[in-house]
Design a protein around this ligand. Structure first.
Ligand code: ADP
Ligand code: MG
Length: 464
């Protein structure tokens, strides 16, 4: 392969010079940590008038650059090269010669062109990638059912709610992706309620509010994400209320997500809340350990990565209650291993998670450990403790778990609450006060709590 110099009126760059300039451009615009992780080891291996080839350590690295830094790389090239360049990637596979390295180009994406942009759907969010467990079974079944006969089930609207990072957006988009694959003429609109509001404001500024609403009135399916954002936005709610009625009357399917049960949404007009509640409401709970492991394994499989089972389990145990955070930890680990060219091992995982997540992962580990410990100690199932039962022994165990989590971790009250059955911080405060009172009034109880604390701490150090 000959190294072609790009000749411009003012300058001519070799591939190395051009890429070095691009790296300087990029370095100025992202955080040091991100730069080191994603750009430090990337080199340009080929350059001609139309294309530049960047060499990356693995498929995952390529996907990451493509999905997160594509614009930045394009801008860097625009700034430094005289003519537009297409970016190709080559993935280094150790022991193989350069000729054998497959070249992935951004042209070869398996998604039909335009499809992603029009519908705003992410092609990774499909049902096949959504791992089912007890915590999300019902939500997935409802989503599937709606995607089979949209607008024709009693599930209109379908409302999915959960705390953040548990798969609402994934499910919502999976419905859209499935339908659009089957019928690309179907007009499916995915948007966040924030985007809806911004569009609305924009249309008012331009005196085109009728255009705005007409755009949405013609859709076959509306996927509205994070509707809690409508709280206190009265005008936007009003607009959405009319759109909702209009679509509903035409038998068009509406699917919404919120971060809590609609009845708990404050600052939303009653008539809108009652619309939200008029179909089917399903929730997603934090996944259990097995589901978390399966999710990580699926992600690794999709990215063509081999991660030892113990490492997967370690990450899944360390982070509960937020799949996004768990995936984030995996990504960090992969990034470090990729840059350092070190295999993913338990010792690397421990090091990286400790360094990158600070005490966070270990804090989460503790909350889950504490819950497990209290369950074992008081002969109560985890299901009961996170469930709704108010019998004395279950309520006491729950309050103890909250109290111990507060004493033994740095977790915030709301974090503790969300780990223990998705309760809010005021419940945790109440629990802690109750246990405190009991400790003061009852010596035997005080000794019991002390010994529980010591046992948990002993367990924690032996586990790490
Ligand atoms: P939410 O919208 O509830 O905040 P997301 O849908 O954005 O959560 O999910 C966060 C991340 O976790 C996404 O990358 C998503 O693909 C992943 N995820 C969530 N639930 C699952 C699941 N059951 N199986 C596989 N991946 C999941
Ligand atoms: Mg979301």
């Amino acid at each position: 392969m000959s190294d072609l110099n790009l000749s411009t009126q003012e300058q001519s760059f070799t591939k190395d010079e051009l890429w070095t300039n691009c790296l300087l451009y990029i370095k100025d615009r992202i955080q040091e940590q991100a730069y080191q992780t994603w750009f430090d080891g990337v080199i340009a291996t080929n350059l001609n008038e139309e294309e530049i080839t960047l060499q990356v350590p693995n498929q995952f690295h390529y996907e990451w650059l493509e999905s997160k830094y594509r614009n930045l790389i394009d801008n860097a090239l625009k700034e430094n090269a005289s003519n537009p360049l297409l970016v190709n990637y080559s993935v280094v596979i150790s022991d193989k010669s350069v000729e054998e390295i497959p070249t992935l180009t951004s042209k070869e994406k398996p998604i039909p062109p335009g499809y992603q942009r029009e519908s705003q759907l992410n092609s990774r969010y499909i049902f096949e990638n959504f791992i089912e467990g007890k915590s999300n079974q019902f939500a997935k079944a409802a989503a599937l059912s709606v995607s089979e006969t949209p607008g024709q089930t009693p599930y209109n609207p379908l409302l999915i709610y959960s705390s953040p990072g548990l798969g609402k957006t994934h499910l919502l988009q999976a419905i859209g992706n499935k339908l659009i694959m089957q019928n690309k003429n179907m007009r499916i609109v995915y948007l966040t309620s924030e985007k809806f509001m911004l569009d609305f404001i924009n249309s008012i500024q331009k005196n085109r509010s009728t255009d705005f609403i007409n755009n949405y009135r013609n859709v076959d399916m509306l996927l509205l994400d994070d509707a809690q954002f409508f709280q206190s936005k009265e005008q936007t709610q009003e607009q959405f209320f009319h759109l909702f009625n209009d679509l509903f009357q035409k038998g068009k399917q509406i699917i919404l997500t919120t971060d809590c049960h609609p009845s708990e949404l404050k600052g939303l007009k009653d008539r809108l809340v009652s619309r939200f509640q008029s179909g089917l409401i399903v929730d997603i709970q934090p996944p259990d350990l097995e589901t978390r492991i399966a999710i990580l394994m699926k992600k690794a499989e999709n990215d063509g990565l081999e991660i030892p089972y113990d490492v997967t389990e370690f990450i899944a145990e360390a982070i509960v209650g937020d799949i996004r955070a768990m995936e984030g930890a995996l990504v960090k680990l992969l990034a470090i291993s990729s840059i350092r060219r070190e295999d993913i091992t338990m010792s690397l995982a421990k090091q990286v998670l400790k360094n990158l997540m600070g005490n966070n992962s270990f804090m989460n580990l503790s909350i889950e450990m504490i819950v497990k410990y209290v369950c074992r100690n008081m002969k109560i199932s985890e299901r009961q403790i996170i469930g709704k039962s108010r019998t004395m022994d279950v309520a006491l165990a729950r309050q103890l778990a909250m109290f111990l989590a507060k004493e033994l971790t740095n977790a915030s009250l709301s974090n503790i609450g969300s780990h223990i059955g998705g309760r809010d911080h005021s419940t945790v405060i109440h629990a802690c006060k109750n246990i405190d009172k009991k400790i003061q009034n009852n010596n035997k109880f005080q000794r019991k709590v002390e010994s529980m604390k010591n046992e948990i701490l002993g367990q924690k150090t032996s586990n790490l």
